[in-house]
Design a binder for this molecule. Structure first.
Ligand code: N01
Length: 544
């Protein structure tokens, strides 16, 4: 829809990805008026923007989908074990149509800021669209469904704007097909997006140069058409299957749960067998082979070495194999899932360039310079990731009580209570915000849990005559402390991951997601059972 001129809503939702769509469905169900603002021209969020070749989910299709409607989950058919981006986008479109969501979504409109009016107890939300900035709208509640990986990270390499060829970022891929046939292509980065796209680009390009700063661990997806018997079995007991997954530490993978035993208690042969079984199974389950892989460096090293041996066995040129071999803890950066990634480096048209030893010096009009050598290129693909979890939120000018800006509040790292609420920002909710398990889980499960919690909270407030809810500073402090202390008991904080904000120059290093889904859900339930413990609920905000 386009701007209808209506300027006051019960709820404004920012973003029409999976979080924003389901949130809209729930607030409508409560009889509240709502407007969703979406910067893109369609629904789907991350799956709308990330259209790079090979983009595919690393959580299995039968799990990476909504569970709120049994009719929806029964009628939808996934064609592959791991769904492609186009198929997930078709699913998002199907959901939008099936539940008539588009009527309340204003596309091509970016929220630029929001200010809490303490006297009126509502948010004034500013947007800009095709016609430029629009008059602000007001909303009692502001719900940020902005995604965790939606603000792209472009490195500031000298000369970047001078490049005369084609330039792409994996997270903002064009809608028209891009054909690399006969071209000299450079890919910068070797994270999940690069690892998925490199094998496809290599199959088209005349020559492909991969500029690698840090090698990553990747496991094969062993993707295949979805087995109809498996689909039927899951559909026959979908509710129970979902319930089992929700008890997993990352809210997925109950068909091969984590083995809680220590890797160090197993013999070499037992370990190898456990890793090999999971490697053959494919996907993220490798790290569930033992319970202490992300707790004990020596245990972790056994899994890391298993993958290093696989790389050496796959990649024929020993120098390239060595360069592709990661040395860091496995899993403390997001494990990648691929189809033919390491094999791609056996192709004669693919060249790996180490930009750790020799950082990229300059992008020139005709290519890229590193290590004193010029690489002439027709196209550069920036697979350089995202300003994760906070970037999209802090890019907006969001101001809470007393005009406090979110940027100021988070200058030393993000602070939330439960990843849902923020002190000094009344009636603002974040879906899968920093401090929630979000990116360490099956996002669809986390999204639904958050949306359900927020919807129940809005219903409770109406029932009890509350118009304002705000996290207390004490609850927020304790939560931030808790998130950090859980992370500090693991190996996660030990490497330069985007979980820590370490990929964005100048960003404060704080471990942002909470580790462990089931205890988080229990905590959220406990907070509700105790009358929204840690939140202040008021009939109206008094200026303090
Ligand atoms: O981004 P990344 P991504 N010079 O941040 C390199 C999810 N996802 O888009 O590691 C040279 O992981 C950077 O190097 P380094 C998933 O959660 C999921 O790939 O910082 N290199 C790194 O290699 C994932 O984790 C799926 O040394 C530079 C790369 O760019 C997350 O999204 C698919 C550089 C960025 O990797 C992000 O993945 C895709 C520079 N100046 C994504 N700056 C699936 O579901 C950065 N790099 C399968």
């Amino acid at each position: 829809m386009s701007d209808t001129g209506k300027r006051a809503f019960d709820v404004v939702i920012v973003g029409a990805g999976f979080a924003g769509m389901y949130m809209l469905h729930r607030v409508r169900g409560l009889g509240l008026s709502a407007r969703v603002y979406e910067a893109g021209s369609g629904v789907g969020g991350t799956w709308y923007w990330n259209r790079y070749p090979g983009a595919r989910c690393d959580v299995e299709s039968m799990e990476y989908s909504y569970q709120f409607s049994d009719e929806l989950q029964q009628e939808w058919h996934w064609s592959e074990r791991f769904a492609t981006q186009p198929e997930i986008l078709r699913y998002a479109d199907h959901v939008a149509d099936r539940f008539g969501l588009r009527d309340d979504i204003q596309f091509d409109t970016r929220v630029t800021g929001a200010e809490f009016d303490e006297k009126a107890s509502h948010w004034r939300v500013s947007t800009t669209g095709g016609g430029g900035p629009a008059a602000p709208v007001s909303a009692r509640f502001l719900i940020m469904a902005t995604g965790c990986l939606s603000s792209t990270n472009m490195p500031s390499i000298p000369g970047i704007d001078s490049f005369a060829g084609e330039k792409y970022h994996t997270g903002q891929w064009p809608h028209e097909p891009v054909d690399f046939t006969g071209k000299r292509v450079g890919v910068i980065g070797t994270g999940s997006s690069a690892i998925q796209s490199i094998p496809i680009i290599a199959g088209q390009a005349k020559e492909l140069f991969v500029f690698q700063r840090t090698p990553n661990y990747s496991v094969p997806a062993h993707n295949a058409p979805l087995d109809p018997d498996y689909e039927a079995r899951i559909k026959a007991e979908y509710g129970a299957f979902r319930a089992r997954n929700s008890l997993m530490p990352n809210a997925f993978g109950s068909s091969l749960p984590r083995n809680e035993a220590s890797a160090l208690a197993a013999t070499d042969q037992e370990r190898r067998q456990a890793y090999e079984t999971r490697w053959q199974r494919g996907g993220l389950v490798l790290l569930g082979a033992f319970g202490d892989l992300l707790l004990d460096a020596r245990a972790n090293e056994t899994a890391a070495e298993f993958v290093r041996e696989k790389i050496r066995a796959i990649v024929r040129d020993p120098v390239t194999a060595e360069l592709l071999t990661p040395r860091q803890v496995i899993g403390c950066k997001r494990l990648c899932v691929d189809t033919g990634y390491y094999e791609t480096f056996n192709r004669p048209n693919v060249h790996l360039v180490d930009v750790k030893a020799h950082p990229i010096e300059q992008i020139t009009p005709t290519g890229l310079r590193t290590g004193g050598r010029d690489y002439p290129l027709d196209c550069i693909v920036f697979a350089t990731g995202f300003d994760a979890m906070t970037g999209t939120l802090t890019k907006m000018d969001i101001r809470g009580r007393g005009g406090l800006s979110l940027r100021e509040k988070w200058h030393a790292g993000p602070r939330t209570y439960l990843g849902l609420g923020l002190a000094a920002f009344p009636n603002l909710f974040t879906i899968s915000g920093p401090g929630s398990p979000s990116v360490l889980t099956n996002m669809l499960v986390s999204i639904e849990q958050h949306v359900n919690w927020i919807a129940a909270c809005l219903a409770y407030m109406r029932e009890h005559g509350h118009t304002v809810i705000e996290a207390t500073a004490q609850a927020e402090d304790a939560w931030v402390e808790h998130v950090n202390s859980v992370a500090d008991r693991t190996l996660y904080p030990g490497c330069n991951s985007w979980y820590l904000g370490a990929n964005v120059p100048g960003k404060t290093r704080v471990f942002m997601p909470l580790i462990g889904y089931p205890p988080y859900v229990r905590k959220c339930e406990e907070v509700v059972a105790k009358g929204y413990e840690g939140f202040v609920l008021e009939p109206a905000v008094q200026a303090r």
